[in-house]
Design a protein around this ligand. Structure first.
Ligand code: HEM
Length: 195
């Protein structure tokens, strides 16, 4: 348990992981039940969900304060790659939605978006079965040039060494929980008519 370690900023990423562990499990299970990699129609719905999520997180990737905490933050955004995946699949870019987030919880939202690149290693293998890969249709799941591990470590080190107040730390946890809840809603919407 790391919940009682608020005084240990170096454990911030671990705290976020612990606080959202069950939300991730539930999301993972609910997504896999929807068989998003069965065919291109279902996968298109998954990419639409991802696009909507990344557009919700985009203001954080563009935020100057967060940009001072995380190296190359803007370059980490996968919104553009996801738009190209939609184009590869012949799908329109969905209308932008309002970010349902408190900008101050941005670290938590970024944690969820950045962490999803770890799971993407597995999802990328699954999507190959329907003829898509990191250069077509699944560009947003491509590993970072230096590798997923380094990319993730750079991020977690940046958030672990950020100087945050206790309130900001609590907001980061709320942000991460809100981000997972938002993805759940987006998944419900994207697959509502999938049968
Ligand atoms: C579709 C089903 C998904 C599966 C099967 C899956 C699987 C995984 C796996 C295996 C890891 C750990 C990888 C490792 O430690 O090397 C992981 C990490 C993570 N995933 Fe997912 N994932 C899925 C969807 C998502 C989505 C949609 C999001 C958020 C938008 C997400 C957010 C995260 C986060 C934040 C982590 C990092 C946890 C940590 O270590 O702190 N995942 N995922």
């Amino acid at each position: 348990m790391v919940t009682d370690t608020l005084e240990r900023p170096d454990l911030r990423a671990l705290r976020l992981r612990e606080a959202t562990h069950s939300a991730h499990e539930e999301l993972d299970q609910s997504l896999m039940r929807r068989r998003p990699f069965l065919d291109r129609d279902r996968y298109g719905r998954f990419v639409e969900m991802q696009y909507r999520f990344f557009s919700a997180v985009e203001p954080f990737y563009r935020d100057a304060t967060l940009g001072r905490l995380v190296p190359d933050l803007g370059a980490r955004s996968r919104l553009e790659a996801t738009a190209r995946d939609l184009a590869d699949l012949g799908l329109p870019v969905p209308e932008p939605m309002e970010t349902p987030a408190d900008l101050r919880g941005g670290i938590g939202w970024l944690y969820v978006a950045e962490g999803s690149t770890l799971g993407a290693a597995f999802l990328l293998k699954a999507v190959q079965k329907i003829g898509l890969d990191a250069s077509f249709g699944a560009r947003h799941m491509a590993p970072a040039p230096g590798g997923r591990g380094l990319h993730w470590r750079t991020f977690t080190e940046a958030i672990n060494t950020a100087e945050l107040s206790e309130e900001e730390d609590a907001l980061a946890v709320e942000g991460a929980k809100a981000a997972f809840a938002h993805v759940r809603d987006l998944a419900d919407t994207a697959f509502a008519s999938a049968g």
